[in-house]
Design a protein. Sequence first.
Length: 297
Amino acid sequence: MPYNLGYTKYLENLRQYKADTEHKKVYAWFDNSEKNPASRAQHITSLPDSIDIVGVMYPSELATFEKEEIVTLQQKGTKVVYTISYDEIKAQYEDLISTQTELENESTFNTFLKKEIEKQLTYSEPFDGIIIKYIGQNPKYMNEEDKAIYTETQNIFLNAIFTWKSQNSNKILSFEGKPQNLVDKNILNNFLHIIIDAFQVSNETELNLSILECLEADVPTDRFIIAVSSPSSDGTEGFWGTTEAIIESAYWTTAESNIYTKAGIAINNVQYDYYRTNGTYHTVRETINIMNPAPVK
């Protein structure tokens, strides 16, 4: 009984910390493709409790154990989300038209886009929210005709998202990608965070540049999250030279900027760290502690 009471208090404190305490936020994307897990590495409940938002990479067909584990994370105050990517939908369409002379009932990309995003929005019920990913192209380099076409397509994507959000006001919505490529950048005020991909970055200078490139008029500067990869065991991902990208990015978030707010980091393929550190997620925990050090008593 004392253990249960202690754990209940721990959960209460954890939820309060995540909801009320000012701290650098941590997103983590998790590869949940394995539906018959053989090890703890394939369970989101093995992730460190202090992660704020977990994004699953395969949201469409959740196994029973995954639905149960989502509830377990929610009891810890962790938000569980998934991503809807405009550019992936576009690539999917282009794949289809390259192999078929005519798509049944999908004569245009806009029609296909509308149908696909509506399908992906139906996955949202067990989740706490959605990240929308949009790379696109910068409209300031377009002529008026191309910009009008681009705007129409972008609005189909965004209007579907905001309609969903209006019906799910209790759920979170974050943006990932290139905010400078949105026609109406004022809509970014509706997103919890703006996640900037820095997977190809190899040093702090490039990291700073990846943010500065986004700072066009009307892009909010108070909610930037930088996205980097967890270091892989074979050394092909998640390193700046010989140092881990998530560690270096964590230190970067602690250096104040008078231009924009460094709100936290997002860790891609977080499960890599399970294998590298014998199941302890040691590098991820170190990353979190750099940004949000435990108070000294």
